[in-house]
Design a protein around this ligand. Sequence first.
Ligand code: PMP
Length: 297
Amino acid sequence: MSYFTDDTVVFYNGEWINAKDAQTSVYAQTLHYGNAVFEGIRAYATDYGCSIFKAHEHYERLEYSAKKMYIPFNYSVDTLIQLSYQLLEKNGLKDAYIRPLIFPEPNMSLMPVENANVLIAAWKWDRYLGSKLLNVMISSFERPNPKSCHVEAKVSGHYTNSILATTEAKHKGFDEALLLDMNGYLAEGPGANLFFEKDETLYTPALGNILPGITRATIIELANAMGYKVVEGQFKTEDLLAADSAFFTGTAAEVAGIQSVNGKAFNLKWEDSIGYQLSDAYQQLVVEKSVHNHPMI
Ligand code: PMP
């Protein structure tokens, strides 16, 4: 897919420029070593115009990720939110995906840099995992050991692990992978968190070996508000295989129902699952909640 046209504008190092004119150095530390931090954010069209869902949470996580990787970050969260709204307006986008990326200046050493580039781009992006139920495989790749990196930060280099897992799954005829942690417990998808339902209770891997998803937190709040218990803990593949239903959550994927794991289908119809109800509630919330957060109101 093409992410920009001749007219697309991006924010790049303090300026608004055409995406087609944006350039970077071939000596960028990011290109060679994967050192950069980014976010994935969604904006939704509401009755009051375009509105960014959980903008503060996303830019706070970006700031956190940058700090963890010693990447200088000189913009306030509020400024980045304002820039994001301007970006959407300049590109005539309402329902859109926003991608801020903070990446170091050229540096071939393995030391932190003094300056970093700031890019914010946006494009129209359908649900990342589509809208059909997913056939998932347990990956032969594990999520990175949290003692080898800041697994809770959104760092570009971590996504080589995600690329390996998704590619393996696709090559084997599945739609998506599910990764375990280094101790063999369920962790998360390559770009989304996992929930499963058993006897009308929801279960999700605890924080520690996963990216603490903003959608995950939203789904826990929504489930609790709907009267469902959510248990965060360490679960095995067998727990998932014995579950009634399961789904992924993420900003790009939203709520994506899972049909089967390693070829074993869940017995509960997706339409009868808590995940389905939450998917509906999430779709309402991103528009309603956005209305309350909208800077113009
Ligand atoms: N886990 C991973 C590895 C991800 O890349 C993402 C997407 N950012 C998520 C979980 C979901 O996070 P969020 O709900 O904040 O988008």
